[in-house]
Ligand binder design. Structure first.
Ligand code: GLN
Length: 299
C-alpha cells in the first residue's frame, strides 16, 4: 500500500516535471530520499507511460528493480522445490530397489525442503544435463557431488563446501601405471562432463578419453580390459572398488582437492541462505560425516 502510494506520488511528480519541460534529470533528487528511491522505481516503470520511462534517468529504470525481481519470485508461493541430480554416484546418490533416490545428497536435499516448508521433487538426469536444467528452471538446485569451480561459478551460485574430494586414478590390479607421465596416450574412462573429464583426463597429452554416462560403466569397461584407467571422484570410486574385483588405485598420482557444494541459479539469495543454514547444521552436528560412512559402507 505504502509503496503504491509513494509510487503514485513519484509518478505524478515525474509527470509534472516532464510536462513542465524540465530538462534536468527528473524527480528523483528532489522528491525522493534514498530509501524511497529503492522502493519506488519498480512501480514507476510500470505506472508511467513509455515516453516518461525514457525521460527518467537510466539508473532508475534499470538498477533497482531488477534485483528485486530476481530475489522475490515465486519461491515464497511454490509448495515444491526441485532437486536435480544424477543418481549414480554413491555415497552421494543412487536409486534404491524401490526407485527412491537415497544418499548423502538426498538427505541434504530433504533437509533443505524441510527448512523451506515445501515438498521435495527429484529430477534424476544425466550429469552433464544438470547445468542447463538449472538455468532453464527445470530444477531449482543441483546436489550431485558437484564440484565448485571458477568455470561453473560463471553461470551459477554455490553454497558453502560440505565435502572435500579429489580425483583418483583407478586401474586393474596388474597395471604398472605409476605416474602422470604414464597416462599419456592411454585410453582413459571418465563420466561425461565431470571435473575428471574436463580438467584432468582431457588435459593429458594424447589421451583417448572415453566418456560414459556413469562412473560405474567406465569402471566396468576398465575391468573388462577395454580401457586403461578411470579418473573419477574418490568416494564413488571407493564404493565401486567394493563392488568390482581386481581394481586398485594409483596411490602415487595425487591430484588437488575439490569442494562439493550445492548450486542454484544466480541471485537466489533466500534459497542459498537456507541451503547454507542446513549445511552448517548438518556439518556441526556430525550428521554429514555419519551419512558419508553409512552410505559408503552400508547399502
Ligand atoms: N565432482 C565431479 C564434478 O562435479 C563429479 C560429480 C558427479 O559425477 N556426480 O564434476
Amino acid at each position: 500500500m505504502k509503496t503504491k502510494f509513494t509510487a503514485l506520488v513519484a509518478a505524478i511528480m515525474l509527470l509534472a516535471a516532464v510536462l513542465a519541460g524540465c530538462a534536468q534529470p527528473a524527480a528523483e533528487p528532489t522528491v525522493a530520499p534514498t530509501q524511497e528511491a529503492t522502493a519506488a522505481p519498480e512501480e514507476e516503470a510500470t505506472v508511467a507511460p513509455e515516453e516518461e520511462a525514457t525521460a527518467a534517468p537510466e539508473e532508475e529504470a534499470t538498477a533497482a528493480p531488477e534485483e528485486e525481481e530476481t530475489a522475490a519470485p515465486a519461491d515464497g508461493e511454490k509448495d515444491t522445490i526441485v532437486w536435480g541430480t544424477n543418481a549414480e554416484f554413491m555415497p552421494f546418490e543412487t536409486k534404491d530397489s524401490s526407485g527412491t533416490v537415497v544418499g548423502v545428497d538426498a538427505d541434504i536435499a530433504a533437509a533443505i525442503a524441510e527448512k523451506l516448508g515445501v515438498e521435495l521433487v527429484v529430477e534424476d538426469m544425466e550429469f552433464d544435463s544438470l547445468p542447463a536444467a538449472l538455468e532453464s528452471g527445470k530444477i531449482d538446485f543441483i546436489a550431485a557431488g558437484f564440484t565448485r569451480n571458477e568455470e561453473r561459478e560463471k553461470s551459477m551460485d554455490f553454497s558453502d563446501t560440505y565435502y572435500v574430494a579429489r580425483q583418483v586414478v583407478l586401474v586393474r590390479e596388474d597395471s604398472t601405471i605409476a605416474s602422470e607421465d604414464d597416462l599419456k596416450g592411454l585410453k582413459i574412462g571418465v563420466q561425461n562432463g565431470t571435473t575428471g573429464d574436463l580438467y584432468f583426463a582431457s588435459e593429458i597429452e594424447d589421451a583417448d578419453v572415453q566418456r560414459y554416462t556413469t562412473i560405474m560403466l567406465a569402471a566396468q569397461d576398465l575391468a573388462a580390459g577395454r580401457i586403461d584407467c578411470v579418473i573419477g571422484d574418490n568416494l564413488p570410486i571407493g564404493v565401486i572398488m567394493n563392488q568390482i574385483e581386481g581394481l586398485k588405485l594409483v596411490e602415487s598420482i595425487v591430484y588437488e582437492d575439490e569442494s562439493y557444494a550445492i548450486a542454484t541459479r544466480k541471485g537466489e539469495t533466500e534459497l542459498m541462505t537456507a541451503i547454507n543454514e542446513v549445511l552448517a547444521e548438518m556439518t556441526e552436528s556430525g550428521e554429514i560425516d555419519e551419512l558419508l560412512t553409512v552410505y559408503s559402507t552400508g547399502e
